[in-house]
Each structure stands twice: as C-alpha cells, then as structure tokens.
Design a protein around this ligand. Structure first.
Ligand code: HAM
Length: 420
C-alpha cells in the first residue's frame, strides 16, 4: 500500500535549512536591541481564553471578527490561538501582579501568531513576531525609545528601504471631540450595511478602507491630529523632538489606522518599499485603556510587534543576506577510522572557542568529502590523515581562493580566530 503525502496546512510559514539560518538571524537581530535596553523575556501560551482577544483587541477589527482560530476545548471552553501578543502580555502582567512592582514593566516576546487571513506573499496564517511592551509609564521619552528600539532592529539587519510613519490618536478627550465631527461627516456618506456597522463600533476604521470609492469619500474627513488636546499635542511634539534628536526619520501620517482597536496616543508603522501589498514590517503604539478593560489597574503602556517573516523577505529583497553567511568556519575530513577520534577532539575544542566546526562523517572517499566541504560553504578545510597526525601539522585550505598554508594542529584555534 502506498500512502499519500501529507502537506502543511495552507498559508503557514515554516523554515527549513538553509533558509532557517537566515530566519534565526533575522529574529535575533530584531530583538537584540530590546535585550540591550533591559527588556526581559515573557514566554506565553499560544492559546488563550477567547474573550481576552474579543475584549482586548476589539470587535470592530478584522482580526477579531474574521481571522481568529477559535475552537472549543475538551472542557467546553472557548479557546483562541493568539492573533497578536499585547493582550496576552497584559493578561499575564495582571495575573502575576507585575504591575504592582517596579514600573515600567519591560518585557519582550517572540513566537508564532495565528490569523486566518487569505494567504499571499508575506501574509501567512501562522507567522512570527518579536515584540516588546513597556507598561506603567506615561512619558514621551519611552515612546521614542520604543520606536528607536524597533528602528535599531531593522537597521541591524542592514535594511535601508523602509520608512517610519507615526501619528497620535490622542487622549480620550481628543478622540471624543474628533468622534463627534467624524460621525457627523460619516452620516452624510452612503454606506453599505457592513461598513456602517464597522463605523458604528470604530469610525476610524473607515480611513483604512482600501476601496477607491471609500478612499475618495474619506478624502475630506476630519483628521484626529487636528483635534488633539493641549496635553496630547504636547506629548506628540515631545515624541517627535526625541526622534529628531536620535536622528530617526519619520513621516507623520494622520490617516494611519492600526488593525487593532486598543491604540491611543502615539502609534507607528514601519513600511518596507520592496514588499508589495504586505509592506508592513512592524507596528505598534500606546494603549491607555487596555489593562483596565482586561481587569487590571488603569495603567498605560506602549509596545511594538515586528514581523519576522516580512523582515526576512525585506532582507532578501534588499540583498543584505551574504552568501555563506551562516556556514561553518572549518570543515574537517578524517581520512579513516583512526583519525576520527582525533577529529572529534579537535572539533570539540575549536567549538568551545566559538569556531563553527563540521566533520565529514561516513565512509567517504576524499573526493566525496571535498565535495561535501564545498557544498557546506565552509571557509576553511583540513584533511586529517596518518601523516598529519604524526607531524602534528595540517594544510589549512582557504576555500575562497584555494590557497593553503601549513598550521600546527594545536595552533588551529588562534590562527582561525585571527582570520575569521
Ligand atoms: P500588527 O501590526 O497587527 O501589531 O502586527 C505586527 C506585525 O506583524 C506587522 O507589522 C507584520 O509585519 C506582522 N504580521 C501581521 N500579520 C501578519 C501575517 N498574517 N503574516 C505575516 N506577518 C504578519 C500587533 O500585532 C501588535 N500586537 C503590536 C503591538 C505591540 N502594539 C503594541 N504592542
């Protein structure tokens, strides 16, 4: 009997060698600036009580109304695979009482997220984010720092062709004043039922409508930025001044609408020029009321989520991934069983010094092993035979130009470290 092959579910992103090394590098590069800034790991479940997202992320969003993977577990509870990270972090911070300790609470996370979107290039049903949240401090300096940390992540990948867009959704007073005029404006539009329903929950969503007729209809709509209270305007000005001082370029986009409903105050998005429709490589902002509606104290917070899959696509589009960037430094070919034990010891010692060392395993002829060395992309190769072990010296071959030099086995470490 012949079994049929089983395929991965539609739209999931997954990484196998050789691309997985680049994925790992992108993920680590994106989050390391946060670690350097004192953010600490939060490792959370990938499934949560459904109400965490319906309440926290908002019923008017596509994420909650159309894209959640929700199911009943064996105990009859409604469970949802996390579509984003912020609500879960809030839930855990409240549950563990971190909000009663030193503020701000500063955490980072990394992992898989799930949205039942229509799959296309750069849009997956399971995708990867790294993110941070800074909770419990209302200060424009921390807004600027959070944005700067995200920017540093993209810069450390070597990305250049992206832009940062920012805006402010103001405080409750600003949004209330704007909402009155926006609803007045919208009431004059001829909206279909679904759009009207969305507008009733969150009228700002109409700015996000991609249909040309809606774009045209919204062209003259009142903009929230023009309704900022004195306090919100001062805050936004201070955030911009800090960004200027840090040399971080940005574009103020008063029509930006984030896909999640909890945002207030400073909000931002990073957009890459080389990715087509799915160009958002990261985004975030402040969320004043989130902790409170999840049953915690009235503490504000700010954070971001960066798309690891999209950042990897952006790195490929900009050609910043260098060939053999992730391959071994040294490939050792033992000529026979006698040499294998020496080879294992040499490799173990070099690896403790941080030198990426591979061994040619299996009973291969020298030619086959050299081919494997070539394929591995290793920078250097040595062959270990009887005469090498007897003399204590090997020929260290540099693969980029084929040049060789004689090196004492016990000096391999210092020679390689000097060269790498
Ligand atoms: P978000 O803008 O929904 O924000 O997602 C952040 C990033 O995740 C996006 O910019 C994008 O790069 C990536 N992303 C989102 N959906 C997909 C998908 N279907 N396929 C591939 N990549 C995707 C949030 O999730 C907020 N929790 C960020 C945040 C943290 N705000 C405050 N704190």
């Amino acid at each position: 009997m012949k079994y049929e092959k089983i395929q991965a579910p539609k739209g999931v992103s997954e990484y196998a060698p050789p691309l997985s090394a680049a994925f790992e590098w992108v993920r680590e590069s994106l989050i390391s600036p946060a670690k350097l800034a004192g953010y600490q790991l939060m490792e959370l479940p990938v499934f949560e009580d459904t109400s965490l997202f319906s309440r926290g992320v908002g019923e008017s969003t596509d994420v909650v109304s159309k894209e959640m993977y929700t199911f009943e577990d064996r105990g009859g509870r409604s469970i949802t695979l996390r579509p984003e990270g912020t609500a879960g972090v809030m839930r855990a911070v409240i549950e563990k009482g971190l909000d009663r300790g030193q503020l701000p609470v500063k955490v980072w996370y990394s992992g898989a997220f799930f949205r039942a979107e229509r799959p296309q290039a750069g849009r997956f049903r399971q995708f990867y984010q790294v993110g941070i949240e800074a909770i419990g401090l209302d200060d424009p300096a921390i807004d600027a720092e959070v944005i700067a940390i995200a920017d540093q992540g993209f810069k450390s990948l070597g990305l250049k062709n992206y832009r940062l867009e920012i805006t402010s959704l103001g405080d409750a007073q600003s949004r209330a004043a704007h909402r009155v005029d926006l609803l007045k404006f919208i009431s004059k539009l001829d909206l279909d039922e679904a759009t009207a329903a969305r507008a009733a929950i969150n009228p700002l969503r109409l700015f996000d409508d991609k249909r040309p007729e809606m774009k045209a209809a919204m062209a003259g709509a009142p903009l929230l930025l023009d309704y900022l209270s004195e306090n919100s305007a001062q805050n936004f000005k201070a955030v911009k001044a800090y960004l200027d001082q840090l040399g971080i370029e940005y574009l103020v986009n008063p029509r930006m609408v984030r896909g999640l409903d909890y945002y207030t105050g400073t909000t931002f998005e990073f957009i890459h020029e080389g990715l087509g429709a799915q160009s958002g490589i990261g985004g975030g902002g402040r969320y004043d009321g989130l902790m409170e509606i999840l049953g915690g104290q009235a503490l504000s917070g700010i954070g971001f989520g960066l798309g690891v899959d999209r950042a990897l696509l952006a790195a490929q589009a900009e050609g910043v991934l260098v060939e053999n960037q992730f391959s071994s430094d040294l490939f050792i070919i033992p000529l026979g069983e006698n040499q294998m034990s020496a080879c294992l010891s040499i490799a173990a010692k070099l690896r403790t010094a941080g030198i990426r060392t591979e061994i040619a395993f299996g009973d291969r002829a020298l030619k086959g092993a050299m081919k494997a060395a070539d394929k591995s992309g290793s920078r250097y190769v040595i062959v270990l035979g009887d005469s090498e072990l007897a003399s204590g010296s090997v020929e260290l071959k540099r693969m980029s130009d084929g040049s060789t030099r004689s090196v004492k086995i016990d000096q391999l470490q210092s020679v390689l470290l000097g060269d790498l």
